[in-house]
Design a protein around this ligand. Sequence first.
Ligand code: NAP
Ligand code: MG
Length: 468
Amino acid sequence: MKTKQLYINGEWIDSTGNDIADVLNPATEEVIANVPVGTADDIDTAVAAAKAAFPAWNATPIKERIALMEKFDEAINARKEEIADTIVAELGAGKKFAMDGQVGLPLSEIRATIDAVKEHDFEYMIENAQIIEEGYGVVACITPWNYPLLQIERKVVPALLAGNTAVLKPASNTPLTAIIYAEIMDEVGFPKGVFNLVTGSGSTTGDYLAGHEDVDVISFTGSTAVGTQMYEKAAHGIKQIVLELGGKSPLIYLKGGDLKAAVKQAINTVLNNQGQTCTALTRLLVPKDDLEETKQHILDFYETEVTVGDPTKDDIKVGPLVSADQRDTVMEYIEEGKAEGADILVGGNKIDGPGYFVEPTVFVNATNDMKISQEEIFGPVLTVLTYDTVEEAVEIGNDIVYGLSGAVVGPKDEAIEVARQLRTGNIIVNGAERVSSAPFGGYKQSGRGRENGIFGVKDYLEIKAIFI
Ligand code: NAP
Ligand code: MG
């Protein structure tokens, strides 16, 4: 793996600086690689390469762009096991989840985006106007560590298909997946400068990239705090912006539904990937008089299905948090929850290392104004809340700054009615599958714009009308 260099203008080159950053395995705390910390000069070179490549790439017939992306799709499928192993090593995702949620899902999304683009008309007439949909220019892609492949693919694939060129700055915790991504882009033969990778720190490399005057689009996934800064940067130069930010999503269980299935659905989202998932259903809402039965289902599940430990082992469900910082943040929230007066039903403690492990934790007797109900913990922590009426459940569900995801379990028509009332971008009814061609993105402070399918492509398209 090309961990020592940056990928700029179709070549692997040295950084102009000497700084390197360690990449740790969070299960063992061992250093598994080190990567360059890209400098402002490196970003200047990458953005200049992307800018120079843009006119020709934007003018390349869409069929040719699709053909290259199909080659990429094939090539990345050929390396899927290596990518899953890399994600286990740099993120600590459980092996099975790495294969399905971390690699299988993005591969299906890449396919869905290519298929959506094949169906889309980029040029058409409205009366005497020739409408042309085309790229903006250079896209700065800044991605988080929680789904290293998915977060990159959701930006780079639609941006390039739409005719843009890209500079990627991946998360410091998980640059290795991004390096494999760049190796595949190189192998497939995209024209030089169309895709560039600069590893480095968010506060220096990422900050400089987002504010670069030759960047036309900022596409950012990460925390709402940094997303706000990205929005401010986009204001200078009126850049297009795509933001996929945090979440604190409710699962509302309605009487008459399958309570055991509801409990299982919520818990799986806070345990798979150690709860480091923006769509995790971290607030489980149940009717007050169903609380005791809910607790019993939770206890049964943790007793029979929850194992914590080495993520490379097939029978382990919960691995380590991504970093010591993340582990400490999660532990602070757990202590905060106890101090605010919520009760621990399961877990609640740090697990001694090596590795950044925390006991999977469930809070009951919490109220919606507590920090553990309002803030994104990004760890294996579930908060159970109760309600008296369905109206109150919807009110609690919506009483939050986020609006990324959600779920309802209950009699179908009633569940759909509740789903309509939730102010959130995605809602799953009775455990339904979320298809890769549908839009994904947040209401309120969970973001701006949508990813996936044709919706993801549209955020990267400028629109021109030529009157003839
Ligand atoms: P983060 O701290 O906001 O970082 C995200 C990315 O931005 C990383 O590449 C980071 O680099 C970079 N960055 C940090 N500060 C920056 C700055 N001042 N200027 C430019 N770039 C900067 O988020 P995270 O801790 O990695 O990820 C967790 C957050 O992402 C959670 O809030 C989660 O909900 C959100 N998320 C949202 C979605 C979604 O689709 N809505 C999906 C996944 C995650 P470094 O790694 O070097 O710090
Ligand atoms: Mg961070």
